[in-house]
Each structure stands twice: as structure tokens, then as C-alpha cells.
Design a protein around this ligand. Structure first.
Ligand code: C5P
Length: 301
């Protein structure tokens, strides 16, 4: 009998992204406060003769279907670890913006890993799965755990963060993606010759999250990659301004961009801000979502 396993996995926004100087390995040390948000991809793995990937959803045409896809790499990594062949068909039902700074590719990697692990009954421990995730990319471990977490190192060393309430967000999806390495490269260019401080988590931010205090969170949000993303994509300034004039409490670039994130007071403000962003003509679409959201989860029929 052919059975399938489906895993649902959330997008993320960075409530804080503090970036240090480049390390010897080319990565940057971070203090990265991840929040999982309720926009989801669903990844289904089905036994097959060989590894193949398909994708559905509005942005499907932008998703690579070859061995570079993080979901394919995850299946190959887990199979390699357990001495088997990655003989699965992977289908990604994509709702997370592609190349948007919301960890959509990382989400698919974590989901495929968890789905293959369930399909093959490997018995891998959570620690092993997290280590395999870290090998796939800096944001992949967080996609597995979800909720809220502080990521140190290159973002893969996670500590859970307490969140005392629900936060409402609007995400403005830009036309086209931004390459994460290009944004980090631009950060290096903009900060060259300056003293880049060691990244540390903001106490005010962690307190706001713990208290579930939207106003305090709005004051504490920060993203050290924002100037670099704006330098590569100056049109994002108009999107940020459109969300702010619509009444968002805070506006920032999500991760390496080009998706922009708007923290709003409640569901009603979210709908109003999303409508204003769409009619402003400064973005391709706007999505409403809440945080925190659960991490990668096997869906039971
Ligand atoms: O870890 P991941 O493969 O997702 O990273 C993609 C790229 O983003 C890296 O090759 C690097 O250029 C940049 N990056 C970085 N420092 C980090 C995370 C990512 O410079 N902490």
C-alpha cells in the first residue's frame, strides 16, 4: 500500500535581527528573535521510484524543482544519515511568499525532513533532526520548532522565547525576490570600516513578547538588514510608508526582504491595513496572519 505523510509548516518573521561582522566562514553571528506566523506551506511525501519534487500555489513557478530545492536536500540528507535512498515524491503546496524573507524555503526543508522521518520511521531523536536541519540552512531548525525562539550563532542555536499573547501582522508581498547572500553582502558593504557591535538580544523586546504587549513590541522591533534590503530595493520605502500611514504600529522589512511586515493592534486594523497596502499599488499582495504559530506538524487524516 502506498501511503503519504503531509506536514504543515509556518512562515516566520524576525522580531529582532541583530547582525554582527562577517565570520571567517562567511556567515554572520546573529541575535535573531524568530516568531512563527500563521501562513503555511504543506509538504506531502509519497513513496516513489526516485526523488522528484512538484509544487502548487500562486508562486509555484518560482520554486526550483531540482536537487537544489531544500525539501529535496532534506530528504537526501535524512536518507543518507539512515543508509537508504530518498525514494519519495515530494509535493509542496506553497502559500508562503517565495524568496521573501519569510523562510519559505527553510520551511519546506524542515517539513520534508519531518515527513520523511515519519514515512521511514527512522526513530531519529529531536536533537538529530535539529542537527540535520542546521546542516540545511540557518533558519531551518526554527521552522521545525516554530513558536518563538532566540537564534544565536548563525541563527541555528535556538532557545525558546516566552510569548504572552497573540500578535496581529500584515505582510506586503513584493514583486520578485531578494537573494539572502546579496542582502548580507550589501550589509557588509554598508558597514565596511565601521565597528559592527556583537549582536545581542534586546531585553525590551523579550519583555514585550513575554507580556503580550503589542505597543511595546512595536517600539522594540528591529532589523539590521533593513538598510541593506532598502539599498537593493529602494521601492520598499514606499511600501513601509503606505502601511504606516494606514495605521500600522510598526513597519519593517521581514528578514532579508523584500516582504515587509506591519504590526497592527487587532484583526480589524489588520484588514484595514492590508486593504490600504493593496490599493496603494506599492506591493503585489498583502496577507494577514497572527503569531506565534506552531512549528512543523504531521497532519493526521
Ligand atoms: O544558512 P543559509 O543557507 O540559509 O544562508 C544563506 C546565505 O545567507 C549564506 O550563504 C550567507 O551568505 C548568508 N547568511 C549569513 N549569516 C547568517 C545566515 C545567512 O551571512 N547568519
Amino acid at each position: 500500500m502506498t501511503r503519504s505523510v503531509t506536514v504543515r509548516v509556518p512562515a516566520k518573521v524576525n522580531a529582532q535581527l541583530a547582525v554582527g561582522a562577517p565570520r571567517a566562514d562567511g556567515f554572520h553571528d546573529l541575535a535573531n528573535v524568530f516568531l512563527a506566523v500563521g501562513l503555511y506551506d504543506e509538504v506531502t511525501v509519497t513513496p516513489a521510484d526516485r526523488l522528484t519534487v512538484t509544487c502548487s500555489g500562486p508562486d509555484a513557478a518560482q520554486v526550483p524543482l531540482d536537487a537544489t530545492n531544500l525539501a529535496a536536500r532534506a530528504a537526501t540528507a535524512l536518507a543518507g544519515r539512515y543508509g537508504r535512498t530518498p525514494d519519495v515524491h515530494i509535493h509542496i503546496d506553497k502559500d508562503i511568499p517565495v524568496a521573501g524573507g519569510m523562510a519559505g524555503g527553510s520551511a519546506d526543508g524542515a517539513a520534508a525532513l519531518l515527513a520523511c522521518d515519519a514515512l521511514w520511521s527512522t526513530g531519529a531523536s529531536r536533537e538529530e533532526l535539529l542537527a540535520l536541519c542546521a546542516g540545511l540552512g540557518s533558519d531551518v531548525p526554527f521552522s521545525l520548532v516554530g513558536g518563538a525562539a532566540l537564534g544565536l550563532g548563525r541563527g541555528e542555536l535556538l532557545t525558546p522565547v516566552e510569548v504572552g499573547g497573540t500578535f496581529h501582522w500584515v505582510f506586503a508581498v513584493a514583486d520578485g525576490g531578494l537573494s539572502t547572500p546579496a542582502v548580507y553582502g550589501e550589509f557588509d558593504r554598508l558597514t565596511a570600516g565601521t565597528d559592527v557591535p556583537e549582536p545581542t538580544a534586546s531585553a525590551a523586546l523579550l519583555t514585550a513578547l513575554r507580556a503580550g504587549d503589542t505597543t511595546a513590541l512595536a517600539d522594540a522591533l528591529s532589523n539590521d538588514l533593513q538598510a541593506a534590503a532598502l539599498s537593493l530595493r529602494p521601492s520598499l520605502a514606499a511600501t513601509l510608508a503606505a502601511g504606516t500611514s494606514a495605521g500600522a504600529l510598526a513597519a519593517l522589512v521581514s528578514g532579508s526582504g523584500p516582504t515587509t511586515a506591519f504590526l497592527v493592534a487587532d484583526e480589524e486594523s489588520a484588514e484595514k491595513t492590508a486593504h490600504a497596502l493593496i490599493t496603494s499599488g506599492t506591493c503585489r499582495s498583502a496577507r494577514v496572519a497572527v503569531s506565534p504559530a506552531p512549528g512543523a506538524t504531521v497532519q493526521r487524516p
